[in-house]
Design a protein around this ligand. Structure first.
Ligand code: MG
Length: 342
């Protein structure tokens, strides 16, 4: 199939009757260690938008409890939502293209946009994935394994391992294709250890702002950029510099599903491969990410796994799980295609 995607259809407008901010804490089945520290629970901030016509939609803020991976954090996003975004939304008439946002707070803004898009797509009876231009019914999943996590890989056919200087996982000849994600923890002086590890590809070896440094790594290993990619413009810059061959698209970091679609289109135009990246999402954020993963340019396995790998319980009736072939199903029902149960 061609990677060209059609313009987005008009979903009309809705008047917002109310917006609810919901905090849910989901303990992780196994605490996960990254180059940035240990994460033991998901402190999720959810947004529900209710329309005057009875429609409702959900979004999830991707921020973590503390800044680290990214400058936004959950309580800060909640404050931004309560003080600046909710007042603009309540009573307003909004369409897909003019959902309010706050500069510098893409994760808070993305949650609101997702909730509005979910509500509009539900009303139109169209799956958000389909509306966004998605074409896949299923996507390959990836299991993210933290440093020191020795659990079995199960049905997953692709694995991502976290790596840090002096802690680069050994990849065995029989291991599934393995991505090493350094979260920007290496320097030009230490990166050779990572590049020599035999990874399928290496994700964000150097700090986010060092596009020139990434370009200077050459082609010794295939580079994916994650934290470096905050916009479609960043995709174009990375491509022009030859800084990577793969971009990781995260709707929260990019500021919403529309900006993610734009970044996807920029990657396709530039000849870069794309994949969707996961945060510590509940089934709401995961459904939004799966919609992105179904886009034609997201040709690599999604950086998403089944909910049960992380949580004992989730916020929907039927949390996403991987099938026997290591795939996740793209929700096909209207909107995000999920039934939120809190
Ligand atoms: Mg990453």
């Amino acid at each position: 199939m061609t990677n060209e995607v059609a313009p987005l259809a008009d979903l009309g407008r809705m008047r917002v009757r109310g917006v609810d901010l919901v905090r849910v804490e989901l303990p992780l089945v196994t605490p996960i260690r990254t180059a940035l520290g240990v994460i033991a629970a998901r402190d999720a901030l959810l947004v529900r938008v209710r329309g005057t016509g009875g429609q409702e939609g959900w979004g999830e803020c991707a921020a973590e409890a503390a800044p680290g991976y990214w400058h936004e954090w959950t309580a800060g996003c909640e404050e931004v939502l309560r003080r600046f975004l909710v007042p603009q939304l309540e009573g307003a008439e909004v369409g897909a293209g003019d959902v309010p946002s706050v500069r510098g707070w893409p994760m808070a803004s993305a949650a609101v946009q997702c909730a509005v898009l979910d509500a509009l797509c539900r009303r139109a009876g169209v799956a958000l994935a389909t509306w966004l231009g998605g074409r896949r019914s299923h996507v390959d999943a990836t299991l993210t394994v933290g440093i020191g996590d020795d659990r079995a890989v199960g049905p997953y056919r692709f694995v991502k391992r976290k790596a840090a200087p002096g802690r680069v996982p050994v990849i065995g000849a029989d291991d599934p294709p393995t991505v090493l994600d350094a979260n920007g923890s290496f320097t030009a002086r230490t990166v050779d250890e990572l590049l020599a590890a035999g990874a399928w590809y290496v994700e964000q070896p150097l700090p986010a702002d060092d596009l020139v440094g990434h370009a200077a790594l050459g082609t010794a290993a295939t580079i994916a950029l994650d934290e470096s990619i905050r916009s479609a413009g960043d995709v174009r810059t990375a491509a022009a510099l030859g800084a990577c061959r793969i971009v990781v698209l995260k709707p929260g970091r990019l500021g919403g599903l529309l900006a993610t679609r734009a970044a996807h289109d920029a990657a396709v135009t530039a000849g870069l491969q794309a994949k969707v990246g996961g945060m510590w999402d509940t089934a709401i954020g995961r459904a939004a990410a799966l919609a992105v993963a179904s886009l034609p340019g997201c040709s690599l396995p999604a950086d998403l796994s089944g909910s049960d790998r992380y949580f004992d319980r989730d916020v929907v009736a039927e949390p996403p799980t991987v099938d026997a072939e290591g795939r996740l199903r793209v929700p096909a029902g209207p909107g995000l295609g999920i039934d939120v149960v809190l």
